[in-house]
Design a binder for this molecule. Sequence first.
Ligand SMILES: *Cc1c(COP(=O)(O)O)cnc(C)c1O
Length: 440
Amino acid sequence: MMKTLTNTQQQVTQRIGDHFDGSHWLDWRWHVKHAVRDLPTLEKILDIKLPPADSKRLQETLEKFPLSVTPYYLSLINREDYINDPVYKQSVPMPDELITLPCEMHDPLAEDKDSPAPCITHRYPDRVLFHVSNVCAMYCRHCTRKRKVGDHDFIPGRDPLKAGIEYIRNTPVVRDVLLSGGDPFLLNDDYLEWILSELRSIDHVEMIRIGTRTPVVLPYRITDNLVKMLAQFHPLFINTHFNHPREITKASRAALAKLADAGIPLGNQTVLLAGVNDCPRIIRELCHRLLQNRVKPYYLYQCDLSEGLNHFRTPVSKGIEIMESMIGHTTGMAVPTYVIDAPEGGGKIPVMPSYMISMSTNKVVLRNYEGVIASYEEPHSYENYFCDRNCKDCHLQLNLQSAEERNAVGIEKLLADYDETIVLTPENTDRHDRRDDEMV
Ligand SMILES: *Cc1c(COP(=O)(O)O)cnc(C)c1O
């Protein structure tokens, strides 16, 4: 068995000891059990010596944001240059994590405020996040939910989960449920199967998504049993979290192949991280390798304003530069949507370079990735119709049962013919206050 492991894997396993003959390497529970949670063990296993000057601050960091890395993920670190290693940087704390800037927040996305029921974040109209696990195979240093990590490092009992499921059952607008956490795949198969079958028994839940980093940090979690169980719950989508091409290994490729073979469409969410992947070539390479493994790059996230993440943040312009280097230059399917998750529950806001230069009533002027400036002629006879949402009298064919009845939201209100709103006005201005006074 030992022979099939790479040199680094053998070294890591030997240093862990545990009467190890290598046969446990493929057992995901072994990796969870032997996750490295303290610095001396980390130094021993990697055979490195962390800078002594940092050690006190690193220890303080661990007390605030705990450490946990699977032996598998550790084995991907290049020990020769570990300080710059993308896997090391995502796993091992930096003293900079203790620096908190005034703009950083405990819960920047207001996930706890947008929580109408236990384990639920309901922010968008038709979909919810369902936090089914507080446990992860490893603790990413760039985690946006750092506040929760290790805090209550336990699996929510059935009661809060039942309350979450009840909320979904009683909220018919929820047509899409996203299992998140923590990592849902740290639950055992039976427990996960129970959650999925409860959700599947709800008619209005049209689709289920699972967000997991196990294909990256614990690929052996993707077992035949797990995949067989998941395949009962289609349409089921999985989003994973690769940040660097170095994370795509033989083991992770095998995990992705199993999921894809089970008919599960795969997506990937990458976080743009200074010193890890803030380079157009790295992101391009990553996206190409993902597609090769049947994973569609879904989102590229601007790093959130969570406490202790300042050293990972890049300017937004870096993300724009990366998008500019991809759109048009490479396969459209390789290009993720670059998003900033707005504070206070504003949600994901897409940003990209601008391609529209100007417009007249007859023409639109656009530029392409090469710098070509082109005009597109608008139609001369477009029959503009007034939509009063009376689909019965409209020539476009829509089965009336499928016509969704909901009010326009936000900018949509200003555009909709059927909504009387002509302006959206912020309430927290002096002008607004003065007007209120006048009315009294
Ligand atoms: C990201 C997110 C979703 C899902 O967003 P999509 O754009 O549909 O992938 C849902 N709820 C919350 C709170 C989120 O942060």
